[in-house]
Design a protein around this ligand. Sequence first.
Ligand code: NAD
Ligand code: GLY
Length: 352
Amino acid sequence: MPSITVHTAPAYDIHIGAGLLPSTGERLRKLFPKAVSAAVVTDDIVHGLYAPALLDSLRAAGFKTAEYVFPNGEESKNHERLLEIYGFLSANAVTRSDVIVALGGGVAGDLAGYAAATWLRGVPYVQIPTTFLAAVDSSVGGKTAVNIPTGKNLVGAFWQPRLVVCDTDTLATLPHDIFCDGVAESIKYGVLFDETLFDLLADGRAKERLDEIIRRCVDYKRQVVEEDERDTGRRQLLNFGHTLGHAIERETHFAISHGKAVGIGMVELTERTERLGISASGTAERIASALRSYDMQTHYEGRIRDLIPAMRGDKKRHGGELSFVVAQCVGLSRLHPVKVDALEDFLCGKGD
Ligand code: NAD
Ligand code: GLY
């Protein structure tokens, strides 16, 4: 199965397919012929499901292995866990010639990735995504981060992985609810770039086309990252739905998870950009209908107006402006700067 190569410096491959986990050790050995240790960072649920196969494969390839296991969930993406990881890396004498392996969803990837970016001023790491969201988005592109009390992902680094191994068999154990987070991020790619990709998702049957959907999303992400690794231009498009989404996550204390919050953010924003004549009429309803086909929530239950204070601190703010990503129609998008002082006018009509 051909891999996708991301041409950053250094370039790295993304392998996508069934049954890849048992050969991960071999793949890592080719990439890191002199490494002694592979330090695996994962959460407690994924550990029970997939660490045994990964660890066997790493040991068979001659790696000394060590594991750091954290409680699953967004609450673990913080400095306390990060400090524990540094302690774990120190105790296991992980050096720049070794490798950190992030096994799990976006939380494991972001946390382990940021530890890798900062430990000894940067050690190599590998992403093994086990959620649909991590497969289509977070495992690729090198954005790593932890949250702080004032906001999500506010402390982080750009640090590209050296390899991504996406074993699609691992997605079979995802509860529907968590699968849906990846659906929302995949719908995002469809709305941003590709109506035919959107249509693959819009009938509620993504599970039947997982391989194709992951490949197509990852290939869009590859293009965007190659063009704008540091998120100063085109990559910002990937934040569609995220300004509202992050505020919703924060206001609900993460009861609404990342992907689902992004889904709601895309619909709520597009309803407003339709009213402003920026989006073609019917665009918001197409996005909402795709989300509904997976029984996903499409609207925020609180008032959008109450999310504005959280949005003011968004990391996509540049001086007095916030860059919103707007869908002109399904398959076409652009950036739309809004003055922070004008957020209320932009987002709030009567009843908002
Ligand atoms: P997550 O990592 O918390 O995983 C969700 C849940 O699924 C967890 O409870 C986990 O234990 C469980 N799980 C993981 N794999 C499983 C499997 N195969 N079977 C059964 N259960 C499994 O959440 P997520 O949705 O993967 O990622 C969300 C995070 O990703 C957020 O913190 C978000 O900010 C971040 N993110 C980062 C980027 C990026 O570019 N770095 C992009 C998008 C999202
Ligand atoms: N998920 C947004 C990005 O990687 O830029």
